[in-house]
Design a protein. Structure first.
Ligand code: SF4
Length: 369
């Protein structure tokens, strides 16, 4: 299949585009060919403050207060070179075989952000300028699988590479171009035929992706939640309606697609809220030919470190992070996380399994966690 041979769906108008206030380019990044594309996109987006640094140290990220530091970091795009340690793909079950990072950090403001507590320092978005070296991990790890969950449903995708572990790659794509380049190369077989990309997003600017010859080697999952939760907690992202319009457009363009329903919360009225979500998804995908849809479900959890960071970022949040209402779970490295108690988990899991089977019977649930 080529993009030229199919009737491309109209790109929905993006409902949310991040506009960095400033772009910092380290000296090493300035020498990378992909940086020219990043700067071209930034200028086209109207970014006026672009600074080429004299060295590779990012400075001036902190403000006078924590609030100011947060605001400054979230409006800064840093163009840097990924260090050698970041170039080696890491296993990332259950989502994919390997993790590849196009960037680290995200400009959105979700009050439960998965990155809280896992990235250190001010939450600036760092995009990697040495894109060739970053993507070379696909070549070196092609054919090496690690994932066991949902193997039957995804075996035909070959070795899978997750692009959204530490960023929302679509949320910054209009000022980086890294995602389209990765999708294009994998579609063209630059790294062989037995590999595929996947990423999850809460944004909806998919016009560039629609035009690519992706060869169905990329699965785009939209991170969605019950509409009232998405409205309350997903700051700075595309609204749910925009994500679902983008989901439909990509599915019509032949992409494999997916839903990452996350973070699932056991709040009063959760059945109605998630029922409403599934109704909206079903309507958005109505009549899409050749639909290849998967689902993934991640329940809400937090760690002492992430709670601490999130309360610093969002001191007035109404997000429930009550240790007494949760069960402690220890990782194999001894870390603690707080998850819903077993009875709540099993009640929600049964509900989702039944409702997904009834409404989206051809969409396998790859994992529940
Ligand atoms: Fe965090 Fe994802 Fe929200 Fe970005 S979109 S702020 S990475 S939860």
């Amino acid at each position: 299949m080529t993009a030229a041979l199919i009737d491309l769906p109209t790109a929905p108008t993006p409902t949310r585009l991040w506009m960095p206030k400033r772009v910092l380019v380290t000296r090493a990044a300035a020498e990378q060919p992909h940086t020219a594309e990043i700067l071209r996109r930034c200028e086209a987006a109207g970014v006026e403050d672009i600074t080429l640094l004299a060295n590779d140290r990012l400075t001036g990220l902190r403000g006078e207060t924590e609030r100011e530091t947060y605001a400054r970091a979230k409006t800064t795009l840093a163009v840097v070179v990924a260090p050698p340690s970041a170039l080696k793909p890491q296993p990332i079950p259950p989502s994919a075989d390997w993790r590849i990072d196009l960037a680290k950090g995200c400009p959105a403001h979700c009050q439960y952000c998965y990155l809280a507590g896992s990235l250190s320092g001010p939450p600036v978005t760092r995009v990697y300028a040495n894109l060739d070296a970053v993507l070379d991990g696909i070549r070196t790890h092609a054919g090496q699988g690690t994932v066991t969950s949902g193997t039957a449903e995804r075996g035909h995708e070959g070795t899978t590479f997750e692009l959204s572990c530490y960023t929302d790659p679509l949320g910054i794509e209009h000022v980086t171009g890294s995602l389209a380049e990765a999708v294009r190369r994998v579609g063209a077989g630059v790294y062989g035929d037995g590999v595929s990309l996947r990423f999850t997003t809460k944004f909806d600017d998919v016009a560039d992706l629609l035009a690519l010859d992706h060869q169905r080697r990329t699965r785009v999952r939209f991170s969605v939640n019950a509409p009232d939760l998405a409205r309350r907690f997903d700051g700075g992202t595309a609204p749910l309606a925009g994500r679902l319009a983008a989901l439909r457009a990509l599915a019509l363009a032949g992409y494999r697609v997916g839903l990452t329903i996350a973070p699932v919360m056991a709040y009063p009225g959760w059945r109605e809220g998630y029922g409403d979500l599934l109704d909206q998804v079903t309507a958005a995908l109505d009549g899409v030919p050749g639909l290849d849809l998967t689902t993934e479900i991640i329940t809400h959890r937090f760690t002492p470190a992430s709670k601490d960071v999130l309360l610093g970022w969002y001191p007035h949040t109404k997000l429930e992070m009550d240790e007494d209402a949760r069960t402690q779970k220890r990782s194999k490295f001894g870390g603690v996380k707080y998850v819903y108690p077993r009875a709540t988990m099993s009640e929600m899991r049964s509900w989702f399994s039944a409702e997904l089977a009834a409404r989206l019977p051809d969409a396998p649930l790859l994992y529940w966690t």
